[in-house]
Design a protein around this ligand. Sequence first.
Ligand code: DNO
Length: 400
Amino acid sequence: MGMLQTMRWFGPNDPVSLMDIRQAGCSGVVSALHQIPVGEVWPVEEILRRKQIIEADNDRYSALSWSVVESLPVHEAIKKAEPSRDLYISHYQQSLRNLAQCGIRTVCYNFMPVLDWSRTQLTYAMPDGSLALRFVWLDFILFDTCILKRPGAEADYLPELVAEAKDRFTTLTANEVRELANTVLLGLPGSEEAFSLTNFQSLLDAYQTIGDQELRENLYYFIQQVAPLAEELGIHLCIHPDDPPFPLLGLPRVVSTEADLDQLMAACEVRANGITFCTGSLGVRADNDLPRMVRKFGDRIHFIHLRTTKREDHPRNFHEADHLAGDVDMYAVVKAIVQEERRRKQAGQADASIPMRPDHGHQMLDDLTKKTYPGYSAIGRLRGLAELRGLEMGIERSLP
Ligand code: DNO
C-alpha cells in the first residue's frame, strides 16, 4: 500500500514530460487546466482531453492517471464577497460536477488573496551547488516599500527594517530590482507571466475593506456552498495552506495555523471539506506542530505535499531545504501519515492510500541548464520522492 505517489504536471507545455513522471516511479499525475481563465466552468470535453493525454501511453507502459486537480482556482470575487460571487460559486459547482463525471475525485484549491505562493529568490545557491527557492523578509520589505511603494506599507514593518531595506535598495542594479519584482509578482502557478506593478496595486486596493474576519467569513461561506455538493459527488476538496503562512502586503491570510484549520473544518462538517497537508507551507512556522496536526485532522487530509524549509537568521527568512533536511520532522510526519492510512484501511475506507507529491525540488544536475517552472524541475523532485519513498518504506516495515 503506502501513499499514492504523484507529481505535478503543468500540461503539454511542461518541459517535464509524463514519461519523466512515470520513470520517477509515480502512478498519479496532479494537473490543472491552466488555460481556462479563473472563474470559468471547466468543460467536460477539456477535462476528458487532459485525461486522455495523461493516459495515452498506458497500454504500452506502466499506467498513469489524473489523480488530483491542483488547482481549481477560486475567483477573487468570491474571496471579496462581491455581488457576482454567487455566479462564480455556481461556476465552481458546475466544474465540480464535470470533474466528477470524468472520474476525478480530489480537488485542491487555496484562498490566498491576489497572490498564490511568494518567494524573493528563485536561485539561492545551496552548499552543493544546486539552486533553491528562498524568501527573505528584508527583500520583501524592500519590494513593498521601495519598488511597489504601496501606500501605508512602511507602517507594517519595524522602522529599522524599513531603513535597512531603503539602504539596500540603493545598492541594487536595475536588473536586480527587476528580478526581485518579477519573482514576487510571479503570481499564477502554471503561467510564466508576472503581474505588472500598476495592475498589482489596484488588485491590492480592492482588499481595503477586507480584513482577517471578512476573509474568514468569505471562505466559510464558499465552503458551505461547495463542500456539501462535493460530498454528494464523491469529491474530496482540499484547501492548500498559505505560503508563506503569514499575512503579506497588507492582505489577510487565514489558512496558516492549526487554529485556522480548526475553524475551517468546523465551518462545514462534511468530510469533503478537507485539507492539502503541505508540510512546506505549514512548516515555515515554528508554532505549527505538524505530526500533531496530521493526527488531529487525519480523516480530512485528502492530499499531501511533502517538502521542508529551513528557517534562517530572521524567523521569516527561509529557503527550501533537501526534503529530509529542513525544519520539518519528516520522519514523524510520514509516520503519522502511515498510521492514518492504516486506520483508514482497518475501517475499510476506499481512500486509505492518500495521494502525495514531493513538493518542489532543487534545480540540480542537468536541470541547471534547463528552463523549468520554479520549484518544478524533474531531477530535484525525483530525488525528493526517492528519499521520501525510502523513508516511508522504513517506517512501514518498522511498525508492528
Ligand atoms: C506551489 C504550489 C501552490 C499550490 C496552490 C494550490 O508550488 O504548492 O501554487 O498549487 O496554492 O491552490
